[in-house]
Design a protein around this ligand. Structure first.
Ligand code: SF4
Ligand code: SF4
Ligand code: SF4
Length: 153
């Protein structure tokens, strides 16, 4: 069932303070349209609204791009695997460190599936650590510019 703006509104602080650039109902509509993140409402970051923020985060989980700042263009990917083997987090895995493919249950950051790169575990990317670590090895070693860095960290 599609999310209703009213249901999302009920989880907001409802002060209409406009610190997010609009009133609460407008912000609820932006969340439903995926044009804003719950964290864009500064009041939700206050302890008083912790449970509301958690509920909204469950409704609007972050995308791979929001978690890592990396944007993958599958059309440009030729499946060469350069990014898979230069990623230090992937190389923590013995098979990849020795130039082989990952095994079924390995929790890798980058993986080639059907000739295209995927990000199955974005939270394992250094850029998603808390605090984030700077890394752009996959971007720098891609021969076709299929991975783009869209947010700094
Ligand atoms: S910042 Fe939060 S509380 Fe203030 S108007 Fe926007 S959604 Fe409502
Ligand atoms: S930014 Fe670094 S850690 Fe993250 S996927 Fe690319 S190479 Fe791996
Ligand atoms: S390095 Fe670029 S082209 Fe090669 S698999 Fe990774 S994203 Fe695809």
């Amino acid at each position: 069932m599609p999310l209703s703006v009213l249901d999302v509104y009920k989880l907001l602080p409802k002060t209409n303070c406009k610190k997010c650039g609009t009133v609460c109902m407008g912000f609820a509509a932006k969340l439903v349209a995926r044009e804003a993140s719950p964290e864009d409402c500064p009041l939700l970051l206050e302890p008083e609204f912790k449970e509301n923020l958690e509920a909204l985060r469950r409704l609007f989980p972050k995308t791979e791009k929001e978690i890592t700042g990396l944007l993958i263009d599958e059309e440009r990917c030729i499946g060469c695997g350069n990014c898979v083997v230069v990623c230090e987090e992937n190389r923590l895995n013995d098979e990849i460190a020795h130039g082989k493919g990952s095994r079924m249950n390995d929790e890798v950051v980058l993986l080639i599936v059907d000739g295209k790169v995927k990000l199955p575990n974005p939270k394992k990317c250094k850029r998603a650590f808390e605090p984030p670590e700077f890394c752009r090895a996959c971007v720098d070693h891609c021969p076709t510019d299929a991975i783009e860095l869209v947010s700094p960290s």
